[in-house]
Ligand binder design. Structure first.
Ligand SMILES: Cc1cc2nc3c(=O)[nH]c(=O)nc-3n(C[C@H](O)[C@H](O)[C@H](O)COP(=O)(O)O)c2cc1C
Length: 191
């Protein structure tokens, strides 16, 4: 089984983020071969990076870092669900990412984004650069929700379609395949 963590990318009160995160997690659970867990950055509630030693040293002083390290270590692959803020991804996601290094290495990552016309595309392009530095393998499959507010019903619920569902299934299948295939290689790489 591939341990897939869906990481939220907003901690804002009233955030839209909850909706794509819930949808992605629900659909991902239907894909065979993966276990799915949501990591909510609002619940994680990490302070601004407060470790004296760089994450490459893997010598953490704080319990919140040790707990976050254990969560990411347990994962084989990730889906990051990010808004676009000023043509990039959110600071709360950056902060959570920057806490760790080796825990991310040699693992797959896929992206779901939303925003105005570009649907968060610019945020994800920045995340792909960060993934490279973390020795992560970003997959091509991507879900974008442009002008998401135009697709809300009167209760404020986003109207996900079968096309979105198929896209999430495609993304998760890719992550599941490479997540499984990379387990053996990763064990050699980190030995
Ligand atoms: C600080 C800030 C900057 C934003 N910049 C962009 C942007 O550059 N591009 C975009 O598409 N949307 C932008 N938006 C709109 C967000 O996509 C929208 O507010 C979205 O709901 C934010 O995600 P959240 O509700 O999950 O926090 C911005 C929103 C905020 C709060």
């Amino acid at each position: 089984m591939v341990n897939l963590k869906v990481i939220s990318g907003s901690s804002r009160p009233g955030r839209f983020n909850d909706q794509p995160v819930a949808f992605v997690a629900e659909v991902a659970k239907m894909v065979p071969g993966v276990t799915v867990e949501v990591v909510d950055v609002a619940v994680l509630n990490l302070p601004f990076l407060d470790e004296a030693k760089p994450p490459m040293m893997h010598d953490y002083a704080h319990d919140h870092t040790k707990a976050w390290s254990a969560t990411v270590t347990a994962a084989d692959a990730f889906i990051m669900v990010t808004p676009e803020y000023n043509h990039s991804y959110s600071p709360v996601l950056k902060n959570a990412i920057d806490y760790l290094f080796t825990e991310w290495n040699y693992k797959q990552v896929g992206f779901v984004s939303y925003g105005s016309l570009a649907g968060g595309a610019r945020a994800v392009e920045h995340l792909r650069g960060v993934a490279g530095e973390l020795k992560m393998y970003d997959v091509r499959e991507q879900i974008l929700l442009p002008n998401y507010w135009e697709h809300l019903d009167s209760a404020g619920k986003y109207q996900f379609t079968d096309r979105h569902k198929d896209s999430v299934v495609g993304l998760v299948k890719e992550l599941a395949f490479w997540g499984e295939a990379m387990k053996e290689a990763r064990a050699k790489l980190v030995a």
